[in-house]
Design a protein around this ligand. Structure first.
Ligand SMILES: [Zn+2]
Length: 134
């Protein structure tokens, strides 16, 4: 699986991460699946209702509104992004929630060194997703 981002979308996630630092920023990523390529067309920052530096939780009502809007525009929910005030490795808690969203792509961005990483649970296994920024 490859997730394709524009430079602007990558910058948008970094800016959101810096704006919220050290609180974890979070949001949804929406776009189109083209075989093994997830093409991101929209990055939507959402509120971290926990205001936490070690975890995030999205307001389900806010998420649902965005989801319905963007599905109405023909876009697919590809996954989520969130920031870590540390490295871009998934935490134990991330892994727990990722298992509840199989196939979803989780992009993690570090608000310290701007490192990006993306992961996905498929068939019960954690896989790293290749990120292409163009
Ligand atoms: Zn995390």
């Amino acid at each position: 699986m490859i997730v394709k981002l524009s430079r602007e979308q990558a910058n948008q996630m970094i800016e959101e991460a810096l704006k919220r630092h050290p609180i974890e920023a979070c949001g949804g990523i929406f776009g189109r699946m083209e075989g093994e390529i997830a093409r991101v067309e929209r990055v939507v920052p959402l509120r971290n209702i926990l205001e936490s530096e070690i975890m995030f939780q999205i307001d389900p009502e806010e998420f649902l509104r965005v989801l319905l809007d963007l599905e109405g525009e023909g876009l697919t929910h590809l996954g989520f992004f969130h920031s870590h005030p540390g490295n871009a490795r998934p935490s134990m808690l991330d892994l727990k929630y990722m298992r509840l969203w199989p196939e979803s792509i989780w992009i993690i961005v570090s608000s310290v060194n701007y490192e990006f990483a993306a992961y996905q649970i498929t068939g019960g296994n954690l896989r790293e997703v290749y990120i292409s920024i163009e």
